[in-house]
Design a protein around this ligand. Structure first.
Ligand code: FEO
Length: 183
């Protein structure tokens, strides 16, 4: 008896997105480490916390695939790419990466709609909302760096930004506390 409630196309797309979320976590980890090496520990902490959120997203996809009787396929995670060349570049790359992720999320929404897989369509709505928040957060970072001088941001302005981001509340949940219902 067939117990897998995911079509092969949807299952492959969800598995690919699970790996994309792990890739996003690697990107935030790489940028956080880069910021820390540069002495911007507040910004680094902010980025480290966000890496945790991306791992939670990965976990959420994994749990949904299992919940629907599907097969989880764990693969290698692509490398995050080169380090940013400046804080401005770092925040621009964060924004670009989130926009790219939104496109991938929308692709799965489109496929689930085309296949009339309303369970997956419903599941994906959480990510549609989350991506709106993540893009807003990335845009906010870009605004802050623009105020600090953009590509020409001076050390003292970056110091203020570093202090401010270091105080941002930690809204990331630990991966072991994450469930599909409570991401
Ligand atoms: Fe999981 Fe930043 O998107």
């Amino acid at each position: 008896m067939e117990t897998n409630r995911l079509s092969p196309t949807i299952q492959a797309a969800l598995n690919a997105q699970m790996t994309n979320e792990a890739h996003n976590a690697q990107i935030y980890l790489a940028y956080a480490s880069w910021a820390s090496e540069k002495g911007y520990d507040g910004i680094a902490n902010f980025l480290f916390r966000h890496a945790n959120e991306e791992r939670n997203h990965m976990q959420k996809f994994l749990e949904y695939i299992l919940k629907r009787g599907g097969k989880v396929t764990i693969t290698a995670i692509p490398a995050p790419g080169p380090d940013p060349v400046s804080m401005n570049d770092c925040f621009e790359k964060v924004f670009a990466s989130e926009v790219e992720n939104t496109t991938k999320i929308y692709d799965i929404v489109n496929t689930s709609m085309a296949e009339k897989d309303w369970a997956t369509f419903n599941f994906m709505q959480w990510f549609v909302k989350e991506q709106t928040e993540e893009e807003t957060l990335a845009l906010d970072l870009l605004d802050k760096i623009k105020v600090a001088g953009g590509a020409n941001a001076k050390d003292d302005a970056l110091f203020v930004l570093n202090t401010e981001l270091g105080k941002t509340p930690d809204d990331a949940t630990l991966a072991q506390d994450v469930t599909v219902e409570k991401p």
